[in-house]
Design a protein around this ligand. Structure first.
Ligand code: PMP
Length: 392
């Protein structure tokens, strides 16, 4: 890569070891698991192995893993499928104010279909307010959906506590775990999760494949009807090369995550410390309950888009927020939910290092950032350096 890459949160390269493992499934290992001859049997075995690799990674059982085309589909299955299946029990769903766009749009769809959706606020660090969450649960509530961690500001939610609360009330807990997977350990049993969405690419596997974890005895209605693959919940010939890629990526991640996360955390802490040396800069998100790869700093008086373009000129790929919403000019809903004004929410820089980041990449981004910020502030009609407080 001749670009320095600091946007692993938006997309990750497929690990070369995963790619090597996938390649035969495009050619000699082309079988379909629904067929009964030897070539089909090999595909059935490969499918089983991938299911085992994913199950082991999150401490689930193999029959709790449903392969999908990605986390968006898993989110649809979890929310729409669960709501439709359980509508006789109640019609109320609770999400947080900072959910990923796929969850927010699914929630709007469910509202149009007659369900009631409550959006729980978060505190200034982006953590769901647990007292407010509990107060919003009613006898009609069938499902809570809260992201495991935020893909923009990196705040980690207190999922085990939410899971316990959900179980006490007989409500299902779904979590979109895409931002957290591969960075912090997830144990569906300890965390008391009932439904969970995963995306392969966040484990350095291929895009276009994901998983819905569905705890035993929980049920969803299928959204894709056909030949009955994936226990009738997700029909269509299995994306075998994608599925084996995701399985291998999960296996590697399980072995390497602890070490990877230590390195990422070292990078994160160094980046945050240095960036906060720049005047009028602030950390977004939680100071400690934070993903090990997440740096999200706000610089007063600057437009996020201008920051992004300046880094582009330096051949450094950075982000100002979620890739899934970056084409809109709207400020980040997550930053607004943490209490920032529209103006403040616009001036943030997000750096997410990953498995292939090197020390020299960190040095490079830190060597250019202060001058970029200084130059943009000189051109900014809104930047006014903060006067030092004079106290008597
Ligand atoms: N949830 C979150 C938190 C995400 O960041 C993304 C995008 N990577 C998705 C869901 C959608 O995942 P996919 O592209 O696999 O559908």
């Amino acid at each position: 890569m001749d670009e320095v890459y600091f946007d692993y949160q938006s997309a990750k390269p497929v690990d070369p070891r995963v790619l090597d493992y996938m390649l035969p499934y495009f050619s000699e290992k082309f079988g379909n698991p629904s067929t009964l001859h030897n070539i089909g049997d090999k595909a059935t075995e490969a499918l089983k192995k991938s299911r085992e690799q994913i199950a082991r990674f999150i401490n689930a059982d193999t029959d709790e893993i449903i392969f999908t085309s990605g986390a968006t589909e898993a989110n649809n299955m979890a929310l729409i499928g669960y709501a439709l299946r359980n509508k006789r029990k109640g019609n109320h769903i609770v999400i947080s104010e900072i959910e990923h766009i796929s969850i927010r749009n699914i929630a709007k769809y469910l509202e149009r279909e007659g369900f009631q959706v409550t959006r729980v606020p978060v505190d200034l660090y982006g953590q769901v307010d647990l007292t407010k969450l509990e107060r919003r649960l009613t006898d009609e509530t069938i499902l809570i959906s809260i992201g495991y961690a935020d893909n923009e500001i990196g705040t980690i939610q207190n999922i085990p506590v939410i899971g316990k609360l959900a179980e006490e009330k007989g409500i299902a807990l779904h979590t979109d775990a895409v931002a957290a997977e591969g960075l912090i350990p997830i144990d569906v049993k300890k965390d008391r999760i009932h439904l969970m969405s995963l995306s392969s690419n966040d484990l350095y596997g291929p895009k276009g494949v994901g998983v819905l974890y569905m705890k035993k005895r929980y049920r969803v209605n299928p959204l894709i009807i056909g030949g009955g693959q994936e226990r009738g919940l997700r029909s269509g010939s299995e994306n075998m090369h994608g599925i084996v890629g995701m399985g291998k990526a999960a296996e590697l991640m399980q072995k390497e995550m602890k070490k990877d996360a230590e390195t990422l955390q070292r990078y994160r802490d160094h980046l945050i410390e240095e960036l906060l040396e720049i005047p009028d800069s602030f950390l977004n998100g939680h100071p400690t309950q934070r993903l090990p790869n997440n740096v999200h700093v706000r610089f007063e008086g600057i437009e996020g888009e201008a920051i992004l373009l300046s880094f582009k000129d330096e051949k450094i790929a950075v982000s100002t927020g979620s890739a899934c919403t970056s084409k809109t000019l709207e400020p980040s809903h997550t930053l607004i939910a943490t209490g920032l004004t529209h103006e403040e929410a616009h001036g943030s820089l997000q750096l997410t290092p990953g498995r292939f980041t090197r020390d020299e990449d960190i040095d490079q981004v830190l060597s250019v950032t202060p001058s970029i910020i200084e130059r943009l502030r000189k051109m900014s009609p809104i930047y006014k350096p903060k006067k030092k407080m004079i106290t008597k």
